[in-house]
Design a protein around this ligand. Sequence first.
Ligand SMILES: [Zn+2]
Length: 255
Amino acid sequence: MRLFDSHTHLNSPVFEKDCDTVWEESRQSGVESAIVVGYDLDSSERAIELCRRLAGTYAAVGVSPHDSVTAPADYLDRIRSLAQDSAVVAVGEIGLEYHHPIGRHDIQRKLFQEQIALANELDLPVIIHSRECENDLVAILTEQKPRRGVLHCYTGSLETMGIAVELGLHISFSGIVTFSKDQSLRQCVENTPTDRLLIETDCPYLAPSPHRGKRCVPQYLIHTAESVAAIRQNPLCVVADSTFQNALNLFGIDR
Ligand SMILES: [Zn+2]
């Protein structure tokens, strides 16, 4: 059985000393592939560097809502030129974060819109971060129509998820599903169409149960896969195979 981790930050400073070992151990445990996701210009560059040397990894480049306020004026041109690298399979992570007071919402919206337009121009999928922003999220998705993409670490409403699926997007669930008692999240996991389902660790964040509080690594993805399988009443191998194939399809990876 092999797994695809659709969202990692192996480019985080937290992994600076040992990301090769961490990735090697993850591969041996069955996590064969992963997306290494940028969140600002430096981390996007580092994602590309890592993906050149870590087998089975692919890069996403973009400026996250957390970093939107500090992005330089020419950020979009620089993301566009980074995206030319053959390791890059997506624009991300981009989006809206209204839970943490991290910066003006109008600036977040502007960067989100500009980067969806860039992804459409480059025919790349988008990786979307969204938290407590559902009205603006739905408005921007409906207007900008990303061609392909994923709502990562999804914890929003069933209704918004339905709209995203209608718009052709994938939905990715993180380790939160292993410990959350939220009924609405369980309903989202149950109701995601099998061909749109992805799983992720979002490492080094959000370690799943029974590793909560530790530094999260891709190896822990199995716990999220098991929870998703239990909630959907699917065999584990069905969740592993479909999420692997869905990731290849979404990110346009030929194997
Ligand atoms: Zn992330």
